[in-house]
Design a protein around this ligand. Structure first.
Ligand code: ARG
Length: 460
């Protein structure tokens, strides 16, 4: 079928370039399965309400099922003459079953059809994303567990701040991903509303049963306003916003992995399988996977901005502009799934270089706050303690020693409140072990956080 879409109204054929320019089938054919699923539900509803006969509905369902098979096997011939996924499938259906195929579009428009397809598509992709998130979160927990007591420096301003454990740091990543998961789930509530029945924009005069179609497709309810149904892409923007946040998180993990695997930090080993060499420098092992993921976060945020710009000046209801929603959305889905997969595969093989982490924590006066807290416990006001410890740090700096390497006599110069038991507070182990409150870095507390996290994940 090479005839122009709604050709009767036109005196001229479409310009050859315009035909190519306006066609979307090359990319929207990705939603073929959802398009067919939506059409079958629509046909069933039309039969149930007496708008089509049961025989017509059966022929439509059988024809669409055959088309689904042709598409899956790669036998379907897509044509840009048919513009998009919807018209390609409808034209093929009519080739296969004749007049009943021409009745499928009764009480429907591509405007409510495409909005339905995208929602069905995103609903299923969110399921995939959740699975990948699960794998990555599990990998993080599995790495955190044996490292619940692995001491490393914690940073602020990228300067050594206070000792923490590697397990605690990993659990921070876990929390970030947990929020991402919640955001996708929340977004799913608004995705899972059915536009079908809105038709072009004003609804339809046929006695349709939207609740039935919604039920058949597993939507929680039909949308409430026909204009809004065909013009709304908020759900796609929300999805892309959730994806942008997730990618921003992955980018921050990447940044840390890249720094930590450098010779200057030397905290971790990223497995060879996730790195590549240099074409010129024989010694190089580059952290390509984290770098690429960091780069791809920009791409997804770009898609978010594209979608916002796409929608911002459109009058109600449907406009052809909306066809531009698909490529950013599809690329967002692919990028997120691929990046999560790469991370879920890589994280279990990251090796912590515990000695190096420990030595680094020892070198940065990481327990200075603990010394101040010691003085406070002995009755000094915190601000005075801060001052006294500052002087002790200065002595350490000028003599090239950590606070724990100063003698008791030297320490007592800064306050007579200091006794021999001070050295317990100056050890890295003592520092982390003392932080036992909810959310703290004490190894026992981190193990507890891991247990709680596993329970939350098992509960879904
Ligand atoms: N390919 C179109 C899209 O992606 C389908 C809807 C077309 N509707 C229309 N009135 N031209 O948005």
């Amino acid at each position: 079928n090479t005839e122009k879409l709604s050709s009767a109204r036109f005196a001229e054929a479409t310009d050859a370039f315009v035909e190519v320019f306006t066609a979307s089938v090359d990319f929207d054919k990705r939603m073929a399965a959802q398009d067919i699923q939506g059409s079958i539900a629509h046909a069933k509803m039309l039969a149930k309400t007496g708008i089509l006969t049961d025989d017509e509905c059966a022929a439509i369902e059988q024809g669409l099922t055959q088309i689904a098979g042709e598409i899956e096997r790669g036998e379907f011939s897509w044509s840009i003459k048919q513009e998009d996924v919807h018209m390609n499938i409808e034209a093929r259906l009519t080739d296969l079953i004749g007049i009943a195929g021409k009745k499928l579009h009764t009480g429907r428009s591509r405007n409510d059809q495409v909005a339905t397809d995208i929602r069905l598509y995103l609903r299923s992709e969110i399921g995939q994303i959740e699975n990948q998130l699960n794998c990555l979160q599990t990998a993080i927990l599995d790495l955190a567990e044996p490292n619940a007591g692995t001491i490393m420096p914690g940073f602020t301003h990228l300067q050594v701040a206070q000792p923490i454990t590697f397990g605690h740091h990993l659990m921070a990543w876990f929390e970030m991903l947990q929020r991402d998961r919640e955001r996708f789930r929340d977004c799913l509530k608004r995705i899972n509303v059915m536009p079908l029945g809105a038709a072009a924009l004003a609804g339809t005069g046929y006695p349709i049963d939207r609740a039935l179609t919604a039920e058949l497709l597993g939507f929680s309810r039909p949308s409430a306003n026909s204009l809004d149904s065909v013009s709304d892409r908020d759900f796609a923007i929300e999805f892309t916003a959730a994806a942008s946040l997730l990618m921003m998180h992955l980018s921050r993990f990447s940044e840390e992995l890249i720094l930590w695997s450098s010779a200057q930090f030397n905290f971790i080993e990223i497995p060879d399988a996730f790195c590549t060499g240099s074409s010129i420098m024989p010694q190089k092992k580059n952290p390509d996977v984290p770098e690429l993921v960091r780069g791809k976060s920009g791409r997804v945020t770009g898609h978010l901005v594209s979608l916002l710009m796409l929608m911002k000046s459109q009058p109600l209801a449907y406009n052809k502009d909306n066809q531009e929603d698909k490529e950013p959305l599809f690329d967002t889905v692919d990028t997120v799934i691929n990046c999560l997969r790469a991370y879920a595969d890589m994280v279990p093989h990251i090796r912590a270089k515990k000695d190096n982490m420990y030595q680094s924590a020892k070198q940065g006066f990481a327990t200075a706050t603990d010394l101040a807290d010691y003085l406070v416990r002995r009755g000094m006001a915190f601000r005075d303690a801060h001052e006294a410890v500052g002087l002790a740090v200065r002595l350490g700096l000028t003599t090239g020693r950590d606070l724990s390497e100063l003698t008791l006599a030297e320490l007592r110069q800064f306050s007579p409140l200091i006794d021999a038991d001070v050295f317990e507070s100056l050890t890295l182990e003592g520092s982390v072990a003392s932080r036992q409150h909810i959310g703290g870095t004490a190894p026992e507390t981190v193990r507890e956080a891991i247990r709680t996290a596993r329970q939350a994940m098992a509960a879904g």
